[in-house]
Ligand binder design. Structure first.
Ligand code: CUA
Length: 340
């Protein structure tokens, strides 16, 4: 290799290490909120602690093994063309050391991990709030059975109270993951999984379906909204109210159109003939900050964009393009925005 290509190689290596370093540092940056390095629940903390311990152990083992390897390669290298270095194949001491060493290291990891598995897999403590988490192509349903509240994509939870998430799926396998709250777990049709946890601070934390589930897997997002208990109770009470009857003429026309078209076949609006269960419950649609798998901010422009051609903005969406006219879009947007 020429001197010139050596220099080029060095430069590329340097760029690669800077890239790797910035990738590591990004994990701590608040501009990347979907990080597991910023835990906000007991469940997230116990998992991260374990992960970090194992990473540190791995680095120590890696440095030791690499050190011994380099030392042995230099110390016992072939020094002349005639003479082979001393051959130690089958050396009992070395065989015993490098067999028991890894067993002890892995055994220690098992010793640390088993209690965490048993702790987090145990049934939720009595008195936990139950929330059903149901995966759909491509959005999340959150059902509070004790309060008779059903919502979508935004999981409201009270800080400091233990919640029992009951996970299943309505179609294919999805995976529920809000990194700030802890590790991912599959939502499977015909099978129920559980996660229970206690959020330890208020805030909004984004999540993402983590199991390839179709065209819009990447558009299947959600958010946890962790609130002070009083705010959470107020939210829950508001969600229990019957839907707003729009007084505005445009929104009222939208309400009428909603019931006349195919909307009620898929969507529920409590207290109306619309009782479809395929799409999200829209009773308090306007109270949500985002919609359509949490990919859109909830505003008039985005609702219009969505209603105009759902599969165009969310490929594979079960809601088809109904070829609504401009006027129909106007009145439906007004109605949806009235559903506080
Ligand atoms: Cu649901 Cu990926």
């Amino acid at each position: 290799m020429t001197h010139r290509s050596h220099t080029a190689l060095r430069a590329r290596e340097a760029i690669a290490s800077v890239g790797a370093l910035s990738f590591v540092l990004t994990a701590c940056n608040t501009e990347t909120p979907q990080t597991a390095f910023n835990p906000h629940s007991d469940y997230a903390i116990v998992g991260l602690d374990l992960f970090q311990t194992i990473i540190v152990m791995g680095v120590v083992v890696g440095v030791l093994v690499e050190g011994v390897l380099i030392w042995a390669a230099v110390r016992y290298r072939r020094r002349s063309n005639e003479q082979l270095p001393q051959q130690i194949h089958g050396n009992t001491v070395i065989e015993v050391l490098w067999t028991t060493g890894p067993v002890l290291v892995v055994g220690y990891i098992l010793f640390l991990t088993l209690p965490v598995i048993f702790q987090t897999q145990a049934p939720a403590p009595n008195g936990s709030t139950n929330v059903e988490v149901i995966g759909h192509q491509f959005w999340w349903e959150f059902n509070y059975p004790d309060a008779n509240v059903v919502t979508a994509n935004e999981l409201h939870l009270p800080v400091g109270r233990t919640v029992n998430l009951i996970l299943h799926s309505d179609d294919v396998i999805h995976s529920f993951w809000i990194p700030a709250l802890g590790g991912k777990r599959d939502a499977i049709p015909g099978h129920t999984n559980f996660i229970w946890l206690t959020p330890n601070s208020t805030g909004e934390f984004p999540g993402q379906c983590y199991q390839l589930c179709g065209y819009s897997h990447a558009n299947m997002r959600d958010r946890a909204i962790i609130q002070p208990p009083a705010d959470f109770d107020a939210w829950l009470t508001a969600e229990q109210q019957p839907p707003v009857q729009p007084t505005d003429a445009v929104a009222a026309e939208g309400a009428q159109l909603f019931q006349m078209t195919t909307c009620p076949a898929c969507h529920t609006i409590n207290g109306t003939p619309a009782q479809g269960k395929i799409g999200p419950n829209l009773t308090h649609f306007a109270s949500r900050g985002t919609f359509a798998g949490s990919i859109f901010e909830n505003n008039a422009d985005n609702i219009r964009l969505w209603l105009k051609d759902p599969p165009a903005v969310k490929p594979g969406s079960l809601m088809p393009n109904y070829h609504l006219t401009g006027h129909q879009l106007d009145v439906l947007v007004a109605y949806l925005q009235a559903l506080q």
